[in-house]
Design a protein around this ligand. Structure first.
Ligand code: MD3
Ligand code: FE
Length: 204
């Protein structure tokens, strides 16, 4: 038995199939302008199994020198594309935060990709929630408490599900343990896309 985590909210099936298709197509256009790339871990340079890109005025990147948010794509040097209006609408509906998100990290998982247990702490503004949208194949998501040693629980996230991480949950350790192949037909080549909307800076 694991205690409930304050500030964690799952909205299952928030996007229906036609909205998922619209989001998928918007992400496809973003990926044409800002290609998925494989980040590497600070210090070790070990490649992530997840491929990433971003939209928004800032994007999260990782390389051998560290993690950071920056205004341009690390490979093309171009500014990140704009966040699609559907996602800005979702943030206004659920985030309970007065300013728009600055970053939308786009993670792409093939059947073998994983994301180890970590905390999201590269932002300045922890008063804003993180808002996540899952598309494509179902994953097994794991979330614990604010200490790495805290007990964790696992939930499946399916295409169209939205998760809001605010309050205490904003600093919870979390990760993606596995992808369940061929559990969705949204992406012709299979795999899973996760979008995370974030506020990075404190409003002026
Ligand atoms: C809990 N992404 O991009 S989304 C990440 O499915 C990340 O791609 C995972 O962890 C994914 O950093 C999980 C759900 C999520 C996102 C941010 C969180 C859970 C979170 C921030 C704090 C606590
Ligand atoms: Fe995270």
């Amino acid at each position: 038995h694991t205690p409930p985590l304050q500030g964690f909210r799952l909205v299952p099936g928030r996007f229906d199939r036609s909205a998922q298709e619209a989001l998928r197509d918007a992400i496809r256009a973003i990926v044409v302008a800002a290609p998925l790339y494989r980040p590497s871990m600070p210090r070790t340079g070990k490649p992530f199994s997840v491929r990433m890109t971003n939209c928004g005025v800032l994007g999260w990147v990782s390389d051998q020198t560290g993690y950071r948010y920056q205004p341009t794509h690390p490979v093309t040097g171009e500014p990140w594309p704009a966040i699609p209006p559907m996602l800005l609408d979702l943030w206004r509906e659920l985030a309970d935060y007065p300013e728009p998100p600055e970053a939308c990290l786009i993670n792409f998982y093939d059947a073998d990709a994983r994301l180890g247990l970590h905390q999201d702490a590269d932002e300045e503004e922890f008063a804003a929630p993180v808002l996540s949208v899952s598309l494509g194949d179902t994953c097994l998501f794991r979330i614990g408490g604010t200490r790495r040693s805290d007990p964790t629980r696992s939930i499946r996230l399916a295409s169209g599900d939205v998760v809001l991480l605010g309050g205490e949950a904003r600093l919870a350790f979390h990760g993606v343990d596995r992808i369940y192949p061929a559990t969705s037909t949204l992406l012709a080549q299979g795999g899973r896309i996760n979008l995370t909307l974030r506020r990075i800076t404190k409003p002026a």
